[in-house]
Design a protein around this ligand. Sequence first.
Ligand SMILES: C[S@@+](CC[C@H](N)C(=O)[O-])C[C@H]1O[C@@H](n2cnc3c(N)ncnc32)[C@H](O)[C@@H]1O
Length: 218
Amino acid sequence: MNTFLGFSFRDVLTITEPTSKKLWAKQGFHGGCGINQYIKVVPTSYSLLEEIEFRAKGRKDLRMLDLCCNIGRHSQYLFDKGFSNLYGVDVNTDCGKYQDKYFPQLAKKGTYFWLPVEEYLPTVKDNFFDIVFTHGLSISHITSRYNLPRDLARITRKYVIMANVKLTDGPHSRFWLTEFQRYGLVPIKLLQPEKEWCPKSAFNRAHALLVLKKIPKA
Ligand SMILES: C[S@@+](CC[C@H](N)C(=O)[O-])C[C@H]1O[C@@H](n2cnc3c(N)ncnc32)[C@H](O)[C@@H]1O
């Protein structure tokens, strides 16, 4: 069968609308977006991590979900700071193996699911997580056929915090802020830098920091 970068043409077509799940699930360690790129925290990580600590107000037992966590570099940082109730989900099943290698304590003490978000979130109880966070274009990869804002609002008790996210474009056309608000996730902070982070790349404006607060329905 004809292939392109190791994917069949059917895979490549599938990436464009239904989901990019297949592409991510196959990245391995050295792929174009391989696990080796997600081991160390990067400058945009700190806006996320400082915001999480600020919102947690010293409560280290808050239950938190690292959405599209890869091997969990941000969870590992929080673990080192004493946060003890950490969960994560990522579609790339290789992440489990590399998490064991790079972050063995986190792998042992945390709860990780190597599944697509679209399969995991519907199984989570209402208000299960105090904080859900994500970093790095991750929500842009979720298919628009899955109602991510609705499930995020359902499973979150306090805050959804996102850094390095694209809010206006991506493989799937979305109106994220409108969609989140429809389900009771109200933006209370949105920071977008004046200067582009990578002026020549597709990741322009990709590093917004967004904090959504859950306003329970009356
Ligand atoms: C840009 S990486 C960011 C990883 C991580 N948030 C970080 O900053 O270290 C995007 C991640 O989203 C994951 N991903 C993509 N689509 C997914 C899906 N449908 N369900 C779960 N994870 C997904 C990929 O496997 C990848 O680890």
